[in-house]
Design a protein around this ligand. Structure first.
Ligand SMILES: *Cc1c(COP(=O)(O)O)cnc(C)c1O
Length: 375
C-alpha cells in the first residue's frame, strides 16, 4: 500500500492505492459519475485490502450494484424537500429543525440517504445571504428549541465559519440546544482541533455532537482521541449507526460497536434501518432481521449500550421506533387498558402481567444466551 495524504476521489486513484482492481476502474467510474466518492487517508488506512468483504470497504468503496435502483427506492427517501420552508432548513417536528449548511462530506457513504443531493456536483453550500435567511427563520419560530446542523458534514467547515453560525444560533433566546451530526472524528480525526472545539461551545447553552459510525474498527485511537477532545470540552456525544448488510448485521459486530461507543464515552442513540436511497438494496437488511438483532443485543449487553432502532418513514412522516416489541396486550380492552399483557423476557419465555394465581414463577435458567461470555 502506498501512503497518501489526500482524499481519493476517482476509480483510478483508488486502484493506484490498491483499494480496487485496475480492471474494475471503468465500471466504477460509471458509479462515481452518479454518486460522489471520497476516501480520506484515515479511512483508506482502515480498509483491509486482503479481505474481499471488508466492512469498511463496503461502506466507502463504490460498487457496480449501486447502479441498480429498485422500484421502491427514491432520491429523497425521507421527504426532506417537502418540509423545507427556506433553503437549507428542514422543519418536520415542531420543536427542532435541520440546518444543512453544506452538501459536501469528507467521505461519501455508499448508502447515504442524501446521495442524490450531496457531493461536489450536488447542491451548493449555503451562501451568507441564505444562511442569514435560515437564521431569520429560526429567530421567527419560537417553538424551535433545538437546531441540528447536518448536511453534508458541517464539521468540514472552517472553525471561524462554523463559529459564526453556532454563535448566531446560541444568541437566539429560544434556541437552547445545537446538535451537530458528523463523521469527521472518524474520517478526519486531525480536523477536530482546539479551534473547532471552541467554535462549537456556546456559553450557557448545550451543544451535542452525534457521531456516525457503523463498525467498531472505525473507533481507532485517533478517532477516540478526537471525540475525547470534544467530550473533555463539555460537549456530550451520542452515536448513530445505520444497520448495513455485511457491515454490522451480526450479533458480535453490533454488540462490539455499541460497547466501543460506550467505552469512548459516547452514548448509543439511534440504529437506523437503511433508507430507501437509490442503489442501496445490496446494503439493506429487512426489518425482521433488524428486530431480531436488537432483541439479542438487549439480552447481551449493558443498557447503556442500547440504541433505539428507528425507521425514517418514506415520504416525510418522520422517524419511528420499530421495536422489537416485548409487550403484547391480551384480552378485552377495558377503559384502563387491556385485561392483561403477555411479556416476553430476554430468554424468549412469555410471562403474563399482572400474574394470575395460576401463573407460577418460571424457574430461572442456569445458563442463558445473555450470560454467555463474549470471547
Ligand atoms: C432526524 C430528524 C430530526 C432529528 O430527530 P431526533 O429524533 O430528534 O433525533 C429532526 N428533523 C428532521 C427533519 C429529521 O429528519
Amino acid at each position: 500500500m502506498t501512503s497518501h495524504r489526500k482524499t481519493l476521489r476517482t476509480a483510478a486513484e483508488l486502484a493506484e492505492h490498491g483499494l480496487v482492481r485496475p480492471q474494475d476502474a471503468a465500471a466504477l467510474d460509471a458509479v462515481a459519475a452518479r454518486y460522489a466518492v471520497a476516501v480520506t487517508p484515515a479511512i483508506a488506512a482502515l480498509i483491509d485490502r486482503s479481505d474481499p468483504d471488508d466492512p469498511i470497504a463496503r461502506q466507502f468503496l463504490p460498487d457496480p450494484a449501486e447502479l441498480d435502483t429498485a422500484d421502491e427506492e427514491r432520491p429523497d427517501p425521507i421527504g426532506d424537500d417537502a418540509m423545507s420552508p427556506v433553503e437549507g432548513v428542514v422543519h418536520r417536528y415542531p420543536d427542532r429543525v435541520l440546518l444543512k449548511l453544506v452538501h459536501v462530506c469528507p467521505v461519501y457513504c455508499r448508502f447515504c440517504f442524501r446521495r442524490a443531493m450531496v457531493g461536489p456536483g450536488g447542491r451548493p453550500t449555503l451562501s451568507p445571504k441564505k444562511i442569514a435567511a435560515a437564521l431569520d427563520y429560526v429567530r421567527g419560530h419560537r417553538e424551535i428549541f433545538e437546531v441540528i446542523l447536518t448536511g453534508g458534514d458541517p464539521l468540514i467547515l472552517a472553525p471561524d465559519k462554523l463559529a459564526a453560525v453556532v454563535q448566531a444560533l446560541g444568541a437566539i433566546a429560544h434556541v437552547k440546544v445545537v446538535r451537530v451530526h458528523t463523521r469527521v472524528p472518524v474520517a478526519v480525526p486531525e480536523a477536530i482541533t482546539a479551534a473547532l472545539v471552541e467554535a462549537l461551545k456556546i456559553p450557557g447553552k448545550a451543544t451535542y455532537v452525534v457521531l456516525h459510525a457503523n463498525h467498531p474498527r472505525e473507533l481507532t485511537e485517533n478517532a477516540r482521541d478526537a471525540c475525547g477532545r470534544l467530550i473533555d470540552a463539555g460537549i456530550p456525544m451520542l452515536s448513530q449507526s445505520v444497520l448495513l448488510r455485511g457491515v454490522n448485521d451480526d450479533d458480535k459486530t453490533l454488540a462490539e460497536l455499541m460497547r466501543s461507543f460506550v467505552a469512548a464515552r459516547i452514548k448509543p442513540y439511534y440504529l437506523h434501518h437503511g433508507d430507501l436511497a437509490p442503489g442501496t438494496g445490496h446494503l439493506r437488511t429487512t426489518l425482521a432481521e433488524g428486530q431480531a438483532l436488537m432483541r439479542r443485543l438487549r439480552g447481551r449487553v449493558s443498557g447503556l449500550a442500547q440504541p433505539t432502532y428507528v425507521l425514517d418513514l418514506p415520504g416525510g412522516a418522520g422517524k419511528v421506533p420499530v421495536g422489537p416489541t416485548h409487550a403484547v396486550p391480551v384480552g378485552g380492552c377495558e377503559p384502563g387498558g387491556p385485561a392483561h399483557w403477555e411479556i416476553e423476557d430476554l430468554q424468549g419465555r412469555t410471562h403474563t402481567y399482572p400474574p394470575g394465581p395460576e401463573d407460577a414463577d418460571p424457574a430461572p435458567e442456569e445458563d442463558w444466551d445473555g450470560r454467555e461470555s463474549e470471547s
